[in-house]
Design a protein around this ligand. Structure first.
Ligand SMILES: Cc1ncc(COP(=O)(O)O)c(C=O)c1O
Length: 403
């Protein structure tokens, strides 16, 4: 027997659930197979393309680049200013007052991590409240930052809509200094977004109870449009002295593997803003030292160049229109089949994800009998549907619901 080593104390962990389903999908050679499990945008032909605006900006970046030396702990300053204007709106009072500190991060995930460490450092006994359900990596990233995590009710699985009264009740019971993590738009995994009125109510509540909004806007532009999707962030940053905002360029710029994101923190005044900025940089230094530059340089170029920016918004509109069109199409196709469940909620939700709201057994039947792959929670990625497979998918869902 070999002597026990330090690594022997580690327990093997199961692979990520979605990766396991992707493996099953790859191994399936049925010609009708459909993958609704992946977490990335796909076009009509099932590809996740490099946007044309990215291709062009990338060529400009390569032509202009004359060093691979480090940029800065806070990343590309042009990117940070561009993203602030995109998320908050160029004329936002918090920006005009110099109360926003932004750091470029490795993806939205890096942003959640840096923001989590900042919250933990500022208030070690703070609790961060996650929506039920939320993106599973929120728990992982914020837990590793040492925060204690709680859950507030959000999506009512039987009503297939937000249980806003329950959410209001939970926020009203939070302690001053707690943070509430709210999805800015395109809620992952349920697709059910807050209305403008609900954001107002939440702003009132956060103000009254001293709760800090921690907003994750990973899909800006993919619900209703770049401006409308940011209304919650903008409102909170107008009404409250302290707001944490994490953003990602993975989906709306299609820059997934380049790892581009940002964390912006709104402070009550300039002095505290300087303190927050120094702490954000210090935390980033302690986790990964410097963010990757390539993707951020591309985004900075697109946002600064009128022509590229127009091209980007057109490509983004196309992705969003496709997603919203597919939502209506799938809901209509299911209605045509007279399914026992009313699926019209799919057309009203936003972004890439929705829960079908079917049982685990039916999810397994979809996979094993019909080669339609979704994650166990019945979350689907709407972008996996196309004109060629929508009837097949609707038939399969109707079949597993009928017997
Ligand atoms: C809600 C949410 N936040 C953040 C992210 C982070 O994405 P990335 O780290 O790839 O930018 C994702 C990605 O799926 C997400 O769904």
């Amino acid at each position: 027997m070999t002597a026990k080593t330090v690594l022997d104390s580690l327990k093997p962990l199961p692979p990520d659930a979605i990766l396991g389903i992707m493996q099953l999908y790859r191994a399936d050679d049925d010609p009708n197979k459909v993958d609704l499990s992946v977490g990335v945008y796909q076009d009509e032909s099932g590809r996740t393309p490099v946007l044309e605006c990215v291709k062009r900006a990338e060529a400009d970046v390569y032509a202009a680049e004359d060093t691979k030396s480090y940029v800065a702990i806070a990343g590309n300053a042009g990117f940070n200013r561009g993203v602030e204007a995109l998320v908050f709106g160029a004329d936002h009072p918090a920006l005009a007052d110099g109360r926003v500190a932004t750091v470029q991060t490795p993806g939205g995930s890096g942003a959640v991590s840096v923001a989590g460490h900042l919250v933990q450092r500022a208030k070690p006994d703070a609790r961060v409240w996650l929506s039920d359900p939320s993106w599973p990596n929120h728990r992982q990233l914020l837990g590793l930052a040492g925060l204690s995590l709680e859950q507030y009710p959000y999506y009512d699985r039987s009503a297939k809509s937000i249980d806003f009264d329950a959410m209001v009740g939970a926020v009203s019971g939070m302690r001053g200094g707690d943070s509430v993590l709210i999805h800015g738009c395109c809620h992952n995994p349920c697709g059910a977004d807050l209305t403008a009125e609900q954001w107002q109510v939440l702003a009132d509540l956060c103000e009254r109870h001293g709760v800090v909004p921690f907003i994750d806007i990973a899909y800006q532009g993919l619900a209703e449009g770049l401006e409308a999707d940011a209304r919650g962030v903008r409102l909170m940053a107008e009404r409250l002295p302290e707001v944490v905002v994490v953003a990602s360029c993975s989906k709306n710029f299609g820059l997934y593997r380049e790892r581009v994101g940002s964390v912006s923190v709104v402070s009550p005044d300039r002095e505290r803003n300087r303190t927050v900025a120094s702490n954000l940089s210090n935390i980033a230094r302690g986790i990964y030292s410097m963010p990757p530059d390539h993707g951020a340089a591309i985004v900075a170029r697109i946002l600064a160049d009128a022509e590229l920016r127009t091209l980007w918004t057109e490509e983004l509109d196309e992705m969003r229109d496709r997603l919203n069109g597919l939502r209506r199409l799938l809901a209509d196709k299911l209605a045509e089949r007279g399914t026992p469940t009313d699926f019209s909620f799919i057309a009203n939700e936003r972004g890439m994800f929705s829960f079908l709201g079917i049982g685990r057994e039916q999810v397994v039947r979809l996979r094993e009998e019909f080669h339609v792959y979704l994650v166990e929670s019945s979350r689907i990625n709407v972008a996996g549907i196309n004109q060629g497979n929508v009837d097949y998918v609707a038939d399969a869902i109707a079949a597993v619901l009928s017997d």
